[in-house]
Write a protein that binds this ligand. Structure first.
Ligand code: PLP
Length: 338
């Protein structure tokens, strides 16, 4: 049989060498799984070649956590939190998981709960966007609303009150204090990045929400590749617009947060994170949320500093979720009349 004629991929974007064309056979066979949760983790690592032009000699790489089935980095933590609790017997029949989250963790718990038959209740401030409420409810999750003026810390307080009233009915994982959270990254994100860079990574940088990603990945690197520089990133102000990230000095400090595994913290202005998110969509075709923009802005800062000193480096950061999560969706539920 004649070999199929290669499809002309068309003109290549200036300065970008394509390593694969559309009709190449897949180098890795597509995954076949029994349950959606098997698709959590093993996310791709993508090089940001256009941004690299600002830091000659330095490679910039992004771990595509938006490729998880629930759409964010939080799938890893939620999956490990639930499976560890099931293994310990904390989540037994008749017990519901309850946690305070309006963001990606809520969606991740909801997805994992639906996949494993674990009932989920989420506490979130009443002013959380309608799409956030709808997406979690779509998985069958129950919602409880807390005072919008008290923000996410207020939701934590309400969740604790509900559990205290009837402790036998609930399993309260508290992602901010749960070791399964950072362990998901110690055993997943860290080793994956190490393998995907062939051990060439020199810098890791990512933002702090619960701190699970930065603490777990940094602990792995500290234990297995201590020469890699481990950098956290925080919003530079208590009032910020980098959803998913925490300004630790003005927040409840997550008990799993461990500054001792970090070499330094970058303080990121909201505007730099948002601007970089826009650049990522336009220049790298990576349409991601603002915490991802902030992470890449942090990676760029490191890259520029290295380049200014004439040094090389392999800087890795995390794309936490996709940009479309921040848009109001079309109506999805069948209850709507068109
Ligand atoms: C959009 C977004 N970015 C970043 C993070 C930070 O991740 P972590 O909780 O592992 O620190 C989160 C976590 O909630 C998030 O939702």
């Amino acid at each position: 049989m004649n070999a199929p004629r290669p499809i002309d991929p068309g003109p290549r974007p200036a300065g970008v060498a394509l390593t694969a064309v559309p009709d190449e056979p897949a180098r890795v066979p597509p995954r076949v799984v029994d349950n959606i949760i098997e698709l959590v983790g093993n996310t791709p690592l993508v090089r940001m070649r256009r941004l690299e032009r600002e830091c000659p000699g330095v490679e910039l790489w992004a771990k595509c956590e938006f490729a998880n089935p629930g759409g964010s980095v939080k799938d890893r933590a939620a999956l490990r939190i639930v499976t560890d609790a099931l293994a310990r017997g904390d989540l037994r029949p008749g017990v519901r998981l309850i946690d305070s989250t309006s963001g990606n963790t809520g969606i991740a718990y909801s997805m994992v709960g639906a996949a494993l038959g674990v009932p989920i209740t989420l506490v979130m401030p009443a002013n959380v966007s309608e799409p956030r409420k709808q997406v979690t409810r779509a998985f069958g999750t129950d919602l409880v609303f807390s005072d919008p003026m008290e923000g996410s810390d207020g939701a934590i307080v309400v969740a604790r009150e509900i559990v205290d009233r009837d402790p036998d009915r609930w399993y309260y994982p508290n992602q901010y204090a749960n070791d399964s959270n950072w362990l998901a990254h110690y055993h997943g994100t860290g080793p994956e990045i190490w393998a995907q860079t062939d051990g060439r990574i020199t810098h890791f940088v990512t933002g702090i929400g619960t701190s699970g990603t930065v603490v777990g990945t940094s602990r792995f690197l500290r234990d297995h590749a201590p020469h890699v520089r481990r950098v956290a990133l925080q919003p530079d102000d208590a009032m910020h617009g980098l959803e998913g990230l925490k300004h630790i000095p003005s927040s409840l400090v997550p008990p799993i947060y461990d500054e001792s595994v970090l070499h330094e913290t970058i303080w990121m202005p909201t505007e730099e994170g948002w601007d970089t998110a826009e650049r990522l969509a336009r220049e790298e075709a990576l349409f991601v949320g603002h915490s991802s923009g902030a992470n890449v802005a942090g990676a760029l800062r490191i890259g520029r500093q290295l380049a200014a000193r004439g040094e090389t480096g392999v800087v890795v950061t995390v794309l936490c979720d996709r940009g479309d999560r921040y848009f109001v969706p079309l109506k999805w539920e069948k209850q709507y009349a068109f």
